[in-house]
Design a protein around this ligand. Structure first.
Ligand code: CP
Ligand code: NVA
Length: 330
């Protein structure tokens, strides 16, 4: 079956078919091999992409910039302080203006409704660089990383996401696993499970039934058994900083450590993380909270730096995956 994503937006993996996701993964591997061999193309020559960031970023911003430059295109970066967006001009009007200048729009912010509005009104492909409820470009990079390290079909794999099971990364994983037939467990405390968005669970659940995989949210550590991947994320996402002390207390039993890796029963289990991560005292936030007796580390330094960890491969793959998404859609 031939796949054509030209002109399409990339707002959530729920909008893509498994064959389209497979196509993006194949293209990501291919572009990575080409770059490693010293070859970049001109697939984005003459293309202008605008990067809108209402939240901070290291990987996503740099991945878009390098990917576009590698393929001969140009980027413009706008943060909330340097445009009229939202304050003096509605998102609808902003979308209509940007669509006249640019060939594609990347957006990172809070409300998923904003990427949908940009896609509806700009007339050009829009890329979700993270919202409060999704992070789809991260999942393409992560599936790619799994394929590099697991050497077995994705549909024979099991991913356990540990921690805040109602955050953007957990939903993005639910969608990615449901589409690709990967057994998925969200392992976290009952209060957060109860706070998970029912509509998101229903949509992912219906897709999981179609692809024949399981999708479970649980506080039972027995669900770790047989995991191929233990995936962690910070305990309070961007915009939730006020919740840090309460989350640190709630999620302390879910800090990923050597023992949790052992509880999977899989000696080759991968530790994955979207980054940024609190795993030592070498960040301002972790150090400030530690002084007040609050430990916000979601993973031990031993696991983060240990042999199971593939976190920096994931980070590199953000660039190859985002390049594939841009090349396929533009
Ligand atoms: N993983 C990720 O999206 O990283 P940034 O917040 O640095 O973009
Ligand atoms: N859940 C995190 C992901 C960062 C890539 C956040 O939204 O801050």
């Amino acid at each position: 079956m031939s796949v054509n994503l030209k002109g399409r937006s990339f707002l959530t993996l729920m909008d893509l078919s498994p064959a389209e996701i497979r196509h993006l993964l194949d293209l990501s591997h291919d572009l990575k091999a080409k770059k490693r061999a010293g070859h970049c193309g001109e697939a984005l020559k003459g293309k202008n992409i605008v990067l809108l960031f209402e939240k901070t970023s290291t990987r996503t911003r740099c991945a878009f910039e390098v990917a576009v430059h590698d393929e001969g295109g140009h980027v413009t970066f706008l943060d909330p302080g340097s445009s009229q967006m939202g304050k003096k001009e509605s998102m609808e009007d902003t979308a209509k203006v940007l669509g006249r200048f640019f060939d594609g729009i990347e957006y990172r912010g809070f409300d998923q409704g904003v990427v949908e509005c940009l896609a509806e009104h700009s007339g050009v492909p829009v890329y979700n660089g993270l919202t409060d409820v999704d992070h789809p470009t991260q999942i393409i990079a992560d599936l790619m990383t799994m394929e590099e390290h697991l050497h077995k079909p994705l549909r024979h794999s099991k991913v356990v996401f540990v921690g805040d099971v109602r955050n953007n990364m957990c939903y993005a994983w639910m969608y990615g696993c449901a589409k690709m037939g990967i057994d998925f467990v969200g392992y976290g405390p009952r209060s957060l499970i109860e706070g998970a968005d029912q509509q998101a669970l229903d949509r992912a659940g219906a897709e999981a039934r179609r692809s024949g995989c399981t999708l479970t949210l649980t506080e039972d550590p027995g669900a770790l058994k047989g995991a191929d991947v233990l995936y962690s994320d910070i305990w309070a996402s961007m915009g939730e900083e006020d919740l840090i002390p309460e989350r640190a207390k709630l999620l302390a039993p879910f800090r990923v450590d050597e023992r949790m890796l052992a509880d999977t029963g899989n000696p080759d289990v991968l530790f994955m993380h979207c980054l940024p991560s609190f795993h030592d005292g070498n960040t301002q936030l972790a150090a400030q909270w530690l002084e007040q007796g609050v430990d916000i580390r979601e993973v031990t330094d031993q696991v983060f730096r240990g042999p199971h960890s593939v976190v920096f491969d994931q980070a590199e793959n953000r660039m190859h995956a985002i390049k594939a998404i841009l090349v396929a859609t533009l």
